[in-house]
Ligand binder design. Structure first.
Ligand SMILES: Nc1ncnc2c1ncn2[C@@H]1O[C@H](COP(=O)(O)OP(=O)(O)OP(=O)(O)O)[C@@H](O)[C@H]1O
Ligand SMILES: [Mg+2]
Length: 425
């Protein structure tokens, strides 16, 4: 399947693997060996996060592949692999240097026929983004070659997850992108001992990822909720209770207008729209409150987008200041962190029920994975979560559903409703 994608004229970016032992490194070496050999004077790259790593591991497999095919028409030198027919493969270092070379300008003048990013889980998104524009530039016109980039990796919740895997499982990954899952059990050339070794890995998150290709198991020690607990939110039955609304208002600099309608700890994603204007937000929120008998004092919205418009029409709703003082300010850095920890607690206790569409579910699963403790700020011992900027960096978008869920916890905090600061009036 991978070879079909690698030689058709539709696909350009082919992600292969998503687990250990599926023949990723072998495929990359064998594909480029064929390209270099059958297409004289072409130029390819093999990129990894660390040049030393790629030299060591890729070249070991390269030698095995060459041996199997009795292929000897090449030489290895400092820069990479030179074929006798004039083709070459450069080994390039994809390490991210945020100060020295934040935009990967060092690749700006390189011209390749195609290439391969190995162990892409360790590679910064910008490297992929820049290399996308560096392929298709050497002999592709003359030889009528579709530019191709092979990407091999283990599961990783970064750009690989959002740009490939997540779209793939939603049936939304279209050409020029493709994803092929390859597990150790798909590789007939390995004996069972390799699989056995993976099965014996103690750490469940690593075992799930490497053995079963489970992309949703994170190995982040700072995660506040487990993946299992997150998934359970969609099948739990929550106790019903007071009705409340929490809303993330999209007015300035936000991606979406999302509102959750709470019945006890059962939340339904009741509004989910692209950016809206003030009038629309006001109308939608007012209708939601009216239709479900939710009082204004039981509605909380974040303050960033609240213009004078809402103030005058929706007087009395609670305003959520992300950086506002926590109720228990000796323990939490701010009200948002306090609510986030509360959310993690009720998720862990299987008390939260989320009602939403399948697409929303995928986003929410991903966003709940962003509930991570921040341990960077060492000068304070107060509990905090990673910043919104950090979340955006990981997810590649604004975590709007997560914000709604976090804000919903406002009413679960002891005495929160009595605190004056959060009321607009
Ligand atoms: N097409 C093939 N023909 C012959 N042997 C193969 C082939 N593909 C894979 N193998 C065998 O399977 C072994 C594992 O493959 P490879 O190292 O490419 O897997 P991988 O997915 O890169 O593994 P890892 O996750 O450990 O990096 C190789 O060392 C080789 O022995
Ligand atoms: Mg490998």
């Amino acid at each position: 399947m991978a070879y079909n994608y690698l030689r058709d004229d539709k696909h350009k970016f082919i992600l292969y693997g998503g687990a250990a032992g599926g023949g990723k490194t072998w495929l990359g070496c064998e594909w480029l060996m064929q390209c270099g050999h059958h297409l004289p004077n072409t130029r390819w790259f093999i990129g990894r996060n660390n040049l030393k790593d790629s030299r060591n591991s890729v070249l070991v497999t390269w030698l095995k592949v060459a041996k199997l095919h009795n292929f000897t028409s090449y030489k290895i030198d400092n820069d990479g692999i030179k074929f006798n027919d004039g083709s070459e493969i450069l080994l390039i270092d994809l390490t991210y240097y945020p100060y020295k070379d934040p935009l990967y300008e060092r690749f700006g003048s390189l011209e390749f026929t195609g290439g391969w990013i190995e162990e892409a889980g360790e590679v910064n998104f910008k490297a992929f983004d820049v290399l996308k524009s560096r392929i298709g530039r050497h002999m592709n016109t003359e030889l009528k070659l579709t530019p191709k980039m092979l990407i091999t990796c283990n599961p990783k919740k970064n750009w690989l997850y959002t740009s490939f895997y997540q779209l793939y499982i939603r049936n939304q990954l279209n050409a020029p992108y493709a994803y092929i899952s390859a597990l150790v059990t798909d590789n007939p050339y390995l004996d069972d001992s390799y699989r056995q070794e993976l099965a014996e890995i103690k750490e469940k998150s690593i075992r799930e990822r490497l053995l079963f290709g489970n992309w949703d198991y994170d190995d982040n020690p700072n995660a506040l909720v487990t993946f299992d607990a997150i998934l359970d939110c969609f099948t739990n039955t929550a106790k019903s209770g007071a009705r409340k609304i929490s809303a993330d208002l999209a007015m300035q600099g936000r991606d979406k207008f999302v509102a959750g309608l709470w019945n006890g700890l059962c939340v339904t994603i009741a509004i989910d729209k692209p950016k809206s204007n003030g009038k629309e937000i006001e109308t939608d929120l007012a209708a939601l409150m009216k239709n479900h008998q939710v009082g204004r004092s039981m509605t909380v919205a974040d303050s960033d987008g609240l213009g004078a418009y809402l103030e005058s029409y929706l007087r009395g709703i609670k305003e959520f200041h992300n950086g506002g003082r926590a109720v228990n300010s000796n323990v939490y850095a701010n009200i948002k962190a306090e609510c986030a920890y509360k959310l993690a607690e009720i998720i862990t206790n299987r008390q939260l029920q989320i009602v939403c569409t399948e697409n929303q579910k995928q986003c929410i699963i991903e966003e709940l994975g962003l509930l991570q403790a921040d341990n960077i700020d060492r000068d304070t011992s107060k509990k905090n979560i990673i910043s919104k900027e950090k979340m955006k960096e990981i997810a590649g978008r604004s975590p709007d559903y997560l914000d709604v869920l976090i804000m919903g916890m406002f009413f679960e905090l002891p005495q929160a409703g009595l605190i004056q600061d959060y009321t607009i009036l």
